[in-house]
Design a protein around this ligand. Structure first.
Ligand SMILES: [Zn+2]
Length: 449
């Protein structure tokens, strides 16, 4: 089957050009307007941008976090993703107590099997470090798992790694090609906050319990450690101006990338002051100074934007006693809003928005994932994951999830209309809706048997 995507403005790898795409056997086979030969099918992209499929680098689905099951499983999570242009979703495998990391990965694969509308990749979080665990980690790396996610906080949940542990991971796995994703909040600094001075019934106390200084201190320590160990570092969900500026300065001397999320661009800590402010609880917390933060995004400080999608059902988000904000389910929905919230940063200049989105939501996350020979660009040989986007559709609400969760961005709207979304050359979405209820042809990366 030869499919021609015709008459669009193709935005790929930061450039925008009026041209056509030929797709064959699930791959892009040619870019241009001459000599493409006969085709079986035409996708009309008139008045539209044509983008490489988007990658959400940071999503939580089909998992239990604290007391609650997440609202989205692989089906609903990848459904709202693909309806909004995301064709690769990166989520997490965390080693549970009493299981190996490989067992945890197999469990997650079985949860995802047959449910995914888009491709899925997993970042791995080891939590046990016996000799057999190290051996298995090395096997998983050799099998193609190259991104490990680690935490400098969440001691109670068993996720915390101290500096010595991180150094051991960096020194043993770094030479094998692993890239390290770090959640940076300095646990000792969080522990030192005097909670007796706070009114814990108020959601705004959450921001005092997890102060900006904890992120900055942890980022500084990790930059230093990663440089000494000569390993690539990726800092997830940067929320503070100061940490972002530290990372920008460090780029001169080491391989460091970072992400931020739409909630840190567009929502400020004022949302926590509402009577229902607990519904905006996420970690790191919402902060002040957001106009400056958006400026940093436009200046290119963030290599990629990702959502940290972590949707809880309404009843679960509201399930607390009103006395201690620390008992509230911690996370916000987001994957459905990624494209819309990113685009808005350059909303008065559609060509620029399309070019930036092709980098921040596609090429750069694909590269950090190690999938840049197949994803992140519309060039011959790459997967035919293609988004045909009309920037001038009807105005509609932006929704992070289709599940029964409170939306984090009430009142936010978008005119971006998803005319077509193709995954491996197959049309999965037309005019914003799933074709045939969804074909669920998403692949796993790395491939497994
Ligand atoms: Zn997360």
């Amino acid at each position: 089957m030869r499919t021609l995507v015709r008459n669009g403005r193709v935005a790929s790898e930061g450039r925008v050009e009026a041209t056509d795409l030929l797709l064959e056997e699930g791959r892009v086979s040619a870019v241009g307007r001459r000599g493409l030969g006969p085709v079986d099918r035409v996708v009309d992209a008139s008045d539209c941008f044509v983008l490489p499929g988007l990658v959400d680098f940071h999503v939580h689905v089909a998992d239990r976090i604290g007391r609650f099951e997440l609202a989205d499983d692989y089906e609903s999570g990848t459904r709202v993703a693909v309806k909004n242009g995301v064709t690769t979703l990166c989520t997490f495998v965390t080693q549970g107590s009493g299981e190996s990391l490989g067992d945890a990965l197999r469990t997650v694969h079985s949860r995802a099997e047959g449910k995914c509308h888009v491709d899925v990749a997993w970042h791995l979080t080891p939590t046990r470090f016996e000799p057999a665990d190290w051996q298995e980690m090395e096997e998983l790396v050799r099998a193609g798992h190259r991104t490990f996610k680690l935490y400098t906080t969440y001691r109670g949940a068993g996720l915390f790694s101290d500096q010595a542990r991180l150094e051991e991971l960096f020194r043993r796995l770094g030479p094998l090609g692993v890239r390290f994703l770090l959640h940076c909040e300095d646990d000792a600094l969080l522990e030192s906050v005097d909670s007796s001075a706070l009114d814990l019934s108020r959601a705004s106390s959450h921001a005092r319990l997890r102060p900006e200084a904890a992120e900055v201190a942890s980022v500084e320590a990790l930059l230093d450690l990663a440089q000494r160990c000569a390993v690539p570092l990726h800092v997830v969900h940067v929320s503070t101006v100061a940490a972002a500026e530290r990372i920008r300065a460090a780029r001169e001397r080491q391989d460091v990338t970072c992400e931020t999320c739409p909630q840190y661009l567009w929502l400020d800590e004022g949302w926590l002051d509402r009577p229902d402010g607990h519904r905006w609880l996420c970690s790191p917390p919402l902060r002040g100074e957001r106009a400056r933060f958006r400026e940093l995004a436009r200046e290119g400080v963030f290599d990629l934007l990702a959502t940290d999608h972590c949707a809880f059902r309404k009843a679960d988000k509201d399930d607390w006693d009103g006395k201690d904000i620390r008992t509230v389910a911690n996370g916000l929905p987001g994957v459905g809003g990624l494209l819309h919230h990113a685009w808005k940063l350059w909303g008065d200049n559609p060509d620029r928005a399309a070019a930036e989105v092709s980098l921040l939501l596609s090429r750069n996350p694909a590269a950090r994932l190690g999938l840049d020979s197949r994803k992140g660009a519309l060039r011959p040989g790459h997967d035919a994951d293609v988004v045909v986007l009309d920037p001038n559709g009807p105005e509609r609400p932006v929704r992070g999830t289709e599940s029964d969760a409170y939306d984090a961005f009430p009142g936010f709207t978008s005119t971006l209309a998803l005319r077509h979304v193709l995954v491996h050359g197959e049309t999965v979405v037309t005019d914003g809706g799933l074709v045939d209820g969804g074909v669920r042809r998403g692949q796993f990366h790395p491939h497994h048997d």
